[in-house]
Ligand binder design. Structure first.
Ligand code: NAD
Ligand code: ZN
Ligand code: ZN
Length: 347
């Protein structure tokens, strides 16, 4: 009899996911089969389901790109992993390995890359496939639920932070204290930066404060750019993990002269354009950069911070069957920290 697994499947853009029993996939050359234990729910999964980005995801789609679990079976040609190894699968499912970007340590922008839970089936399932060369290695002592968000929220903010060039002692504004943002605060603290947190919800700002942010600004109550300029004289750097375009505009104006902002959030769809001040950028010699997930090296480093307890995602577990309700909470901005699906409950 063919072995089956439970998976949450998107058949039509904008529709709820359907929990189904489908065949457990077979690992091809260079791939491993992973028994998924946990998978974080990233806002990018919701963007995928809602069809916010071009190109659209491949349907039918199993979303999920913050997966952790153990290797259950090796495909032919795999000698870098063994059955039982603990691994994690990030958004970057694979990259070509030979283009100019792959060769220069920028595999995050490889044009032939595949994306887990978007162009390839992801981790909202009891089993998944991933190329052995691209999985993250996780220490056996790690909590697979707390570690799952590091596979996207962690590595992405880790790289985005580094791309600002901020150094210890300087001020970083973290704009958007969601799944990504609350982890960005922790990497920043672990790197010796001082953090100003900006969000539109007081409970998220309270979480940022408990994680070491020194300045909290609610962008609903006051102009956050003005507040950051008044309170700390402007930020040396900023990362934007919010989903509202206004936050991206405001973040530029939060910088002090010579400051850099990394854009990480991706509103997508019709709300993908911003207006900003050319003279503020020119006269202040400001830098605006994009940051897309992270390389395999970034991932290994990001996991090491978490494994050492320097960064710990604030998580809430949910069974796979709750996924559509979790998406509803995310739409309403109600999730504090990250929801992580528990694939070990059989439901
Ligand atoms: P999330 O829903 O957990 O968090 C979003 C946060 O933004 C919430 O706390 C919300 O209150 C806050 N917010 C909303 N409007 C705001 C405003 N005007 N000012 C300040 N904060 C505001 O989402 P997430 O999982 O953290 O993902 C955030 C974004 O990052 C998504 O667009 C996602 O697709 C994107 N993302 C990008 C990458 C990348 O590689 N660049 C990787 C992962 C996720
Ligand atoms: Zn490439
Ligand atoms: Zn993600």
């Amino acid at each position: 009899m063919m072995k089956t697994m439970k998976a949450a499947v998107l058949h039509k853009i904008g529709h709820p996911l359907v929990i189904e029993d489908i065949p457990v996939p077979e690992p091809g050359y260079g791939d491993v089969l992973i028994k998924v234990r946990a998978c974080g729910v990233c806002h990018s999964d919701l963007h995928a389901v809602e069809g916010d980005w071009t190109p659209l995801p491949n349907l039918p789609l199993i979303p999920g790109h913050e997966a952790t679990g153990h290797v259950a079976k090796l495909g032919p040609g795999v000698d870098s992993l063994k059955v039982g190894d603990i691994v994690g699968v990030p958004w970057m499912y694979s990259a070509c390995g030979h283009c100019e970007f792959c060769l220069s340590g920028m595999e995050t922008i490889c044009k032939s890359a595949e994306a887990t839970g978007y162009s390839k089936p992801g981790g909202y399932a009891e089993y998944m496939i991933a190329p052995a060369a691209f999985v993250g290695r996780i220490p056996e002592t790690a909590d697979l639920f707390e570690l799952a968000p590091i596979l996207c929220a962690g590595v992405t903010t880790y790289r985005g932070l580094k791309r600002t060039g901020a150094r210890p002692g300087q001020w970083l504004a973290v704009v958007g204290i969601g799944g990504l943002g609350h982890i960005a605060v922790q990497y920043a603290r672990a790197m010796g930066l001082r953090v100003a947190a900006v969000d539109v919800a007081d409970d998220k700002l309270e979480l940022a404060r408990s994680l070491g942010a020194e300045v909290m600004v609610n962008a609903k109550d006051e102009d956050p750019a003005q507040a950051i300029q008044t309170k700390i004289g402007g930020a040396h750097a900023a990362v934007v993990t919010a989903i509202a375009t206004r936050a991206f505009e405001q973040a530029v104006m939060m910088l002090r002269p010579a400051g850099t902002v990394s854009y990480i959030g991706l509103p997508g769809g019709k709300s993908d354009e911003i207006r900003t001040s050319i003279s503020a950028i020119v006269n202040g010699e400001l830098s605006v950069r994009g940051s897309n997930v992270g390389t395999r090296l970034d991932l290994g480093e990001a996991i090491a911070f978490a494994a050492k307890g320097l960064v710990t995602a604030k998580i809430r577990k949910a069974p796979l069957i709750a996924i559509n309700a979790v998406f509803d909470e995310m739409r309403q901005g109600k999730i504090v920290g990250r929801v992580v699906l528990d694939l070990g409950t059989g439901e």
